[in-house]
Write a protein that binds this ligand. Structure first.
Ligand code: PAP
Length: 316
């Protein structure tokens, strides 16, 4: 970026509301919280990305099951994903982050006008951007959006584990869960507020179900085959045989992915984080191992209040 643009960006960032989060500062841009290095790329992607009608865009707030979808969507879309030969599976050699690039963390992180002309269609992308911040062309073109969300109590616990691992690698002490919880309830966490993020996609999915497939982590855990079949139909890639669905579910399972060499020992080059941190327990209700009664009450009440009248519930 040219030095004048860098100066303008720094000036803009300095004007934005700021809050501490896991040993760094988050900045609020247009109602959502960002780390400074994601802010410039989010702004660039939001203004400059041109969607194509056959693109697939995976969207989510953080720690809601995105990595599972990052594995499943390419496996559904790539003909190799349905073949019997497991040795051809791209997941063997690539962490799911590499199969479906992030607009703000990868594609727009270095250059605000990246050359995407060599990408083969259908292109797959992901983003943690909230619905109002999405590039206009994603909203107006024929591309499909898959949104995944999760019980905010488990999302919060998953975020704590992940972020404490990230800061531990820099020698920073863990952030006490009680402080992180207050911050989460105020909506202060990267890409949050969680409830606003979910509601934006939920409301739009009700208006345009053919455009946005709204998925829940808990539904995936309960009936992975049924959910993957629905997703494949939504993406225009229905399965012919039951064995094909079983294969996709198995290839993308936590048990398999977390034990692959690449995911145990690789490092995410964009974030400098060990790939292993993307795979943890993957259960519904892990919050029960961490929450006090007061925390449960507070977050459930907040969720009920925020979602009131929307027809959405996420408590498990
Ligand atoms: P991201 O926002 O950094 O991409 P994301 O993948 O959304 O993270 O969330 C990570 C959670 O998904 C972890 O949950 P946990 O902390 O409660 O365990 C992780 O274990 C879980 N996860 C990752 N891959 C899978 C998978 N293949 N199946 C089920 N859960 C998964």
């Amino acid at each position: 970026m040219e030095s004048s643009s860098v100066d303008k960006l720094s000036a803009l960032i300095n004007e934005l509301p700021k809050q501490p989060w896991y040993g760094a500062d988050l900045y609020n841009w247009k109602g959502f919280w960002y780390r400074p290095h994601h802010l410039s790329s989010t702004m660039a992607a939001s203004s400059n990305f041109q969607a194509k009608d056959d693109d697939v865009i995976l969207t989510s707030s953080m720690k809601t099951g995105t990595t599972w979808m990052k594995a499943i969507i390419p496996t559904i879309m790539n003909p190799v994903g349905r073949t019997d030969d497991d040795s051809l599976d791209p997941l063997l050699k690539h962490h799911p982050n590499e199969l479906i690039p992030s607009l703000e963390i990868q594609v727009y992180s270095v250059n605000p006008h990246p050359d995407l002309s060599n990408m083969v269609s259908p292109r797959l992308f992901r983003t943690h951007m909230a619905y109002p911040l999405l590039p206009e062309s994603i909203k107006t073109s024929g591309c499909k959006i898959v949104y995944i969300t999760r019980d905010p109590k488990d999302t919060f616990v998953s975020t704590c584990h992940f972020m404490n691992s990230v800061i531990a690698a820099r020698g920073v002490e863990p952030w006490p869960m009680s402080e992180a919880f207050e911050s989460f309830c105020k909506g202060v966490h990267t890409f949050g507020p969680f409830h606003d993020h979910v509601l934006g996609y939920w409301k739009e999915s009700l208006k345009r179900p053919e455009k946005i497939c709204f998925m829940r982590y808990e539904d995936m855990k309960k009936d992975p085959k049924g959910e993957v079949k629905k997703l494949a139909c939504f993406l225009g890639r229905p399965f012919e045989k039951d064995q094909e669905v079983e294969k996709v579910v198995w290839r993308c399972s936590l048990e398999r992915l977390k034990n692959l060499e690449m995911n145990q020992h690789g490092v995410d080059p964009w974030l400098g984080i060990d790939y292993k941190h993307y795979f943890r327990r993957g259960i519904v209700g892990d919050w029960k191992n961490h929450f006090t009664d007061e925390m449960k009450e507070k977050l459930e009440q907040l969720t009920a209040m925020k979602f009131e009248g929307s027809g959405l519930s996420l408590g498990y």
